[in-house]
Design a protein around this ligand. Structure first.
Ligand code: SAM
Ligand code: ZN
Length: 604
């Protein structure tokens, strides 16, 4: 492509926000916080590079940039249509990708996804694993139905116990709060013993001292009780209150010997620890019911009898279900106009244990997940792109100076997600934890403030600048509601000779939980194109009037008549992009920005 056409194509690419959808086999294969769509990244790679070129991601996460490199060789209909509609002219064909990721979990997922097993062989090995497990352990899920006929548990709901502030009487949260017709969770406890009414939020949660047979000592933890049992007999679903036989089974499970390989491992708590709330949760097994910890241990042990080549992908299968569905972080929620409680996975980005945790039937869940992983592997199995995954910190890259054509990366956003702390729920099964010393993050418990964050990011940008070819560019996805984090980011690339050539927004079509609930979120992540050669955008020395810029941004948003452009979050992203392009220091946090937008003047 001649340089003029290439430049034009790149301008078009950054002109309008590209959609990053949260659907499809590749996206759903493994839930990793802040993941982006491989199809969107592939358009960037195929526009910025030629077939055969080398692409680097210094913060690989679950390997999406690697998958995108794979897709460049076998573009989906969606990608081809998007490129056509947007007038972008990508060059499809195989690429080489190098993925650095510090996290042990992220690196495993990246490796499996980017060098997938034969999909049919994977399916056979996974099906075989589950049936070997079921042969030995199906008794864990036995339950009689309301007619007294033997059936299988689908899941059970547990509840925390509330303590009446007036008399100390204990009631399950389930009994106190749940009412039917319509189904809702009330906010008050009316004590059966003394008749007093108290706010549930003000009630203490009951704790109990019990003998932890794995730790061989007494510990105190929050009390939880099984409150509802859901099962299936001859393909017919049923539900009922717990029976004596359920308690008897739970007692039997408590005495069952665990395989010798069981990981009785201590958790390393960090910023996500809440005292009281996480009381007694000191080890991995405290995140599980006795039944589901046994299931996980037995499945993990059974892996040793699977074909060796399939073990990494089978581990990924079990872990893809584990942190979202196998622990006490799995929950029920109430949805509008639904008569029944809705089962849902763990909240992403936190280690929250619900007041009504759910104990799912793991082997049933895994059996359902096999197909979706097989489909994900099939999406990229035929690609000729070559992806190498390196489980190391990107503060020091092995690559030669001037050997990389393009970087696409999505760095950790300040204090947004403590990856190593969250990922340990899966990594303790893998037997290897992320080395937090090298984790680039702002974290009070790790003693890393914004200066440390900036200095570590700077080291990575320095390495990026070194390995990139002279005319190589880097696309960086970034998101923060804090001006100091933006400043740290811009200092780290500016101090390494990068300048901003263009900016855009990655339109995350359906926000992740954290982005929706946080009222200081930035909808759609800004995208920054960095160049080592002098930027084509003039950085002016003119003194900018911030208020004027905000007014201009609002005017532009209104003029666009696009709803997403008119949201405060998008206007903040546009404001950030403008400032980064012009080299203006970002001095305003999202929260203050939104307050300013609300002031009468701006809306005029
Ligand atoms: C925003 S996430 C990347 C998510 C990725 N785009 C995806 O789609 O899955 C940032 C990643 O940087 C990783 N990370 C943090 N410090 C690192 C370091 N020093 N070297 C390499 N990776 C690091 C974190 O473990 C995390 O997975
Ligand atoms: Zn009472």
């Amino acid at each position: 492509m001649n340089p003029e056409n290439k430049r034009e194509s790149i301008e078009v690419l950054y002109d309008e926000p590209l959609p990053s959808t949260r659907t499809g086999a590749l996206y759903n294969a493994f839930s990793y916080p802040t993941k982006i769509s491989a199809e969107a990244i592939a358009l960037f790679i195929a526009t910025h590079t030629q077939p055969g070129d080398t692409v680097l991601d210094t913060f690989g996460g679950s390997g999406t940039t690697g998958l995108a490199a794979k897709l460049c060789d076998i573009p989906t209909k969606n990608m081809i249509k998007l490129a056509f509609d947007r007038n972008i002219t990508p060059k499809w064909g195989p690429r080489k990708a190098i993925i650095y990721e510090l996290s042990v979990l992220g690196a495993l997922v990246s490796k499996v996804m980017c060098t997938p097993p034969n999909p049919a062989q994977f399916e056979a090995a996974a099906t075989d694993l589950i049936s070997r497990f079921n042969e030995k352990y199906s008794w864990l899920w036995e339950a009689i139905d309301p007619q007294g006929i033997s059936g299988e548990l689908r899941h059970t709901v547990w509840s925390e116990i509330l303590v009446c502030p007036s008399c100390g009487f204990e009631t399950t949260f389930w009994d106190a709060a749940l009412t039917r017709e319509p189904l809702k969770l009330g906010k008050h406890l009316i004590c059966r013993e003394c008749g007093s009414t108290s706010k549930i939020d003000d009630c203490e949660r009951a704790t109990e001292k019990y003998y932890d047979r794995h730790l061989k000592k007494y510990i105190t933890k929050r009390k939880r009780k099984i409150v509802r049992v859901y099962g299936c007999t001859n393909s017919k679903n049923w539900q009922r209150d717990p029976l004596k036989s359920d308690y008897k089974l739970l007692e039997k499970i408590k005495r069952e010997k665990l395989p010798d390989t069981a990981p009785i491992e201590e958790l390393v708590w960090g910023d996500l620890y809440r005292s009281g709330y996480h009381k007694g949760i000191t080890h991995l097994h405290h995140f599980y019911t006795d039944r589901n910890f046994l299931v996980m241990c037995a499945l993990w042990d059974e892996l040793n009898n699977s074909p060796k080549a399939m073990i990494p992908s089978l581990k990924m299968l079990i872990l893809s279900y584990n942190s979202s569905h196998s622990t006490l972080m799995t929950r029920v929620v109430i949805k509008k106009n639904q008569e029944e409680l809705v089962l849902t996975g763990a909240q992403s980005g936190v280690l929250y244990v619900s007041g009504l945790p759910v104990e799912k039937n793991i082997s049933k869940g895994l059996a359902r997940k096999i197909k979706s992983l097989k489909n994900a592997f099939a999406c990229v199995y035929e690609s000729k792109s070559n992806v190498v995954v390196i489980n190391k910190s990107s503060e020091k890259l092995k690559e030669k100076t001037g050997s990389v054509d393009y970087v696409f990366t999505d760095p950790p956003f300040g204090d947004y997600i403590p990856y190593a702390e969250i990922n340990q729920i899966n990594e303790l099964w893998l037997g290897k934890k992320t080395n937090r010393t090298n984790e680039i993050i702002m974290s009070a418990t790790q003693n890393k403030g914004v200066d440390q964050y900036e200095s570590m990011m700077s080291t990575v940008f320095g390495e990026m600048a070194r390995v990139l070819k002279k005319d190589g560019v880097a696309t960086v996805v970034f998101h923060s509601a804090s001006s100091s984090v933006w400043k740290a980011l811009s200092n780290s690339y500016l101090s390494n000779g990068f300048s901003v050539q263009a900016t855009s927004v990655l339109d995350k079509v359906q926000s992740s939980f954290k982005q929706t609930v946080s009222n200081v979120s930035v909808k759609g992540d800004p995208l920054i194109l960095l160049t080592k050669s002098k930027s084509m955008v003039e950085v002016s020395s003119e003194k900018w009037d911030i208020e004027k810029i905000i007014h201009t941004m609002v005017k532009q948003a209104k003029k666009s008549e696009i709803e997403a452009e008119m949201t405060p979050e998008r206007i903040y992203s546009r404001f950030i992009s403008f400032c980064l392009t012009k080299g203006i220091e970002i001095k305003i946090d999202a929260r203050n920005f939104y307050q300013y937008l609300e002031s009468a003047d701006v809306s005029k």
